[in-house]
Design a protein around this ligand. Structure first.
Ligand code: DAH
Length: 339
């Protein structure tokens, strides 16, 4: 019996050395230690052994079983380690590889200009007021002293939803709304989208304006001029000059067209300003007393000045954009240049 056990042990040792994979280890375990295993069947034969020899043989069986078990465990760990190493190698992170940078977005050129204009005005005490883009004919035209069939409607041909509802053609509509709802004195600006039946390199059916309105006692052209000088200097630089030219708008009297030193050539004369050194940028004037009265403001007590300009124009000049429509196409290559 003892001899047989020693033989089993030696065979097991030899066999174990030859095992190169985890699967082999499992069947080896079954072969020696399983229910039908070699060592177990020896144990079953114990009852044939004389009682004196039993402890000795028992001890030997235990020793061999312990040895085989601990060797299996050891080998198993070895295999596990090899596997782990392989896996680590396969999934290793190359810490020397250059990282992927997250691209930062940027503000649209229009948002940049709006931010600049709005900040400057808010610093001068203006309140920002919003108005609807789908507007009543009344606020867009009639309350601004532009009755039906007035010739100045020609220049602001827009899109009509019905006879009396349209897409606003100017942010001046917010002037009328503000006069009817706010108590003077007040100072408001109204940035926003406007629409006209126009489309070429310098006109888009949708574009952007910013309107300004100040209502107070003793308002004069000097207030308008100083305020616009400050705003334009903040927008285009401290050396900027403005000049007034007589003009006509039904809602202001007198009305002016405001020119600003060409931001491109600083007044020298260039291609963009067609050699004049100036660029036409705003419409403005003293609010027509008729408009004050239409909108419920006492024209004997109060006066006002107003101005309005195309924000797209400012963004185009500042960024040397040739075609207004490129600002609305959302071409990422164009927008990237504007950051
Ligand atoms: N609303 C005018 C336009 O779209 C611009 C304008 C002119 C606004 C004179 C004003 C103003 O407030 O006083 O052409």
């Amino acid at each position: 019996m003892e001899q047989k056990l020693i033989e089993i042990r030696d065979n097991a040792r030899e066999e174990l050395c030859g095992i190169k994979e985890k699967e082999g280890l499992a069947s080896f375990k079954v072969k020696y230690l399983g229910k039908q295993g070699l060592l177990t069947s020896v144990l079953r034969g114990m009852r044939d052994i004389s009682p004196e020899d039993r402890p000795k043989i028992g001890m030997l069986v235990n020793e061999i079983r312990d040895e085989i078990e601990s060797k299996i465990n050891l080998k198993e760990k070895e295999f596990d380690n090899v596997e782990l190493l392989k896996e680590l190698e396969n999934t290793a992170i190359d810490i020397t590889e250059p990282g992927k940078a997250h691209e930062k977005g940027g503000l649209h050129p229009l948002s940049q200009v709006y931010d600049l204009l709005i900040d400057s005005c808010v610093n001068m005490g203006f309140k920002v007021v919003d108005g609807p883009e789908v507007e009543l004919d009344y606020y867009n035209f009639e309350a601004l002293n532009i009755p039906k069939n007035h010739p100045s409607r020609d220049m602001q041909d827009t899109f009509f939803v019905s006879e009396n509802i349209l897409l606003r053609s100017q942010t001046s509509s917010v002037q009328a709304r503000s006069m009817q709802t706010m108590k003077p004195p007040f100072k408001i600006i109204s940035p926003g989208r406007v629409y006209r039946n126009d489309s070429d390199a310098t006109h888009s059916p949708v574009f952007h304006q910013m309107e300004g309105l100040v209502i107070d006692e003793n308002i004069s052209m000097a207030d308008l001029k100083s305020m616009l000088t400050i705003l334009m200097r903040k927008t285009f630089g401290e050396a900027t000059q403005i000049r007034f030219r007589p003009s006509f708008f039904p809602f202001t009297e007198p009305s002016v067209e405001v020119d600003v030193t060409c931001p491109n050539c600083k007044g020298e004369g260039c291609r963009i300003c067609k050699g004049t050194g100036f660029m036409e940028l705003l419409g403005a004037g003293i609010v027509n007393p008729k408009v004050l009265e239409i909108n419920g403001i006492d024209s004997k007590k109060y006066r006002g000045f107003a101005f309005g300009f195309g924000v797209d124009r400012v963004a185009m000049v500042k960024n040397e954009i040739g075609d207004i429509r490129s600002m609305f196409r959302n071409d990422i290559r164009f927008l990237k240049q504007m950051k």
